[in-house]
Every structure is written in structure tokens, then in C-alpha cells.
Design a protein. Sequence first.
Length: 222
Amino acid sequence: MIPEENEFAFDFDLLDPTKLIPEALVPVQRVGRMVLNRNPDNFFAENEQAAFHPGHIVPGIDFSNDPLLQGRLFSYTDTQISRLGGPNFHEIPINRPTCPYHNFQRDGMHRMDIDTNPANYEPNSINDNWPRETPPAAKRGGFESLAERVDGEKIRQRSPSFGEYYAQPRLFWLSQTPIEQQHIIDGFSFELSKVVRTWIRERVSIIWPTLILSLRKRLGRT
């Protein structure tokens, strides 16, 4: 976890999904424990039909501006609708909440619950105004984003820090043991040996000095 005021304290962008936050700079904090106490009884019913979604979060957590996350908040629902055959995948036993909750969903493909309430909207005068929205999170209700003021110009552009490509691969290479480094060399040698066009090999070799010079020398010898 990183304090918000330290957002720009690193030499890379925290919102870049291709980067890892070094544990030496930000130690790992244990926030919970997940216990797997049995194997599934039916792999299809309990594994293949499970519908995970990054938008389903517990109170106290909000969404960052990570562009990859923001895209998945929309795409996961579409994916589950397509993969599980309709909008009612939340009624499949493995996806049902432990505690039933009110919602405005009605009908649709693969509906499993039978609705007896005459209304699925609010406000209404025919069902004592149920179902209705829960109060804000401050009153132990549903999710509510943090109210904050954001100033700036909205543009479709990444910050310059997204353009730093080599620092973390270099750090990864230097962290490897000699045997692990040789495995990397062998892997690159195998792949490049299949490249027919010489100029593509040359372009790859130009990249390596930017990463680390010793890697290029060892790769050249192989």
C-alpha cells in the first residue's frame, strides 16, 4: 500500500500495468487470509461457471485510474454475459451472494429466481416502495466513491513516465542467478535462430545495449 502523497515518488508510473512495485521500496502488507478447505465436487459447476469481476469490491476499496482496470470494469460484465449465456449469471449457485440482496433485475435469459414482487423499480406505490436502493456507505449501505475535486485538462494521452521501458527488465536481469541468466540467453538464442530476416535480428541486438551490455555480448556469442 502506498500513501496517496507518494504517487509520484517513483521513477515509473504507478498506473503502468507493465511495471512491478519493488518490495524493497514498498514492503508487502498482509491484509487477509484465504483458506481453501476442499476440492470442488463438480469442476464445471464450481470452477467453469464462476464469474469474477474487478468491479465487485468490499467497502473501503475504490478504483484507481489504471487504464487497464478502467477498461476491465466494463468488459468483464460483457464477458460473463457472453460466456455464461445471459445477464443472470449472478443467480448460478456458485455466484450467488451468501446474503440475498434486493436488486432491480427482472427476466432475461436463464432466469433462475421467480419474482413475486409486482414492481422492480423505485419509487413505487404498489409494493411499499420495495426494492429500493440502500443508503450511502456512510450509513452502512452500498458502495460510494470518495468525493474529491479533480482539476486538469482531460486528454487521451499517457504520462511521459509510461515511456520508460528498460529499468525494470534490467533490474530483473541483474536479480537472476548465473544459471537463470543462462536460461534467458538460451531462450532468446532459440527464438532468434528461427528468425529468417537478418535485419530483424539486428534490430533486436540494438535494443540489448539499452537494457544491459553484458546481455548483448553473451547473446552474440551464442
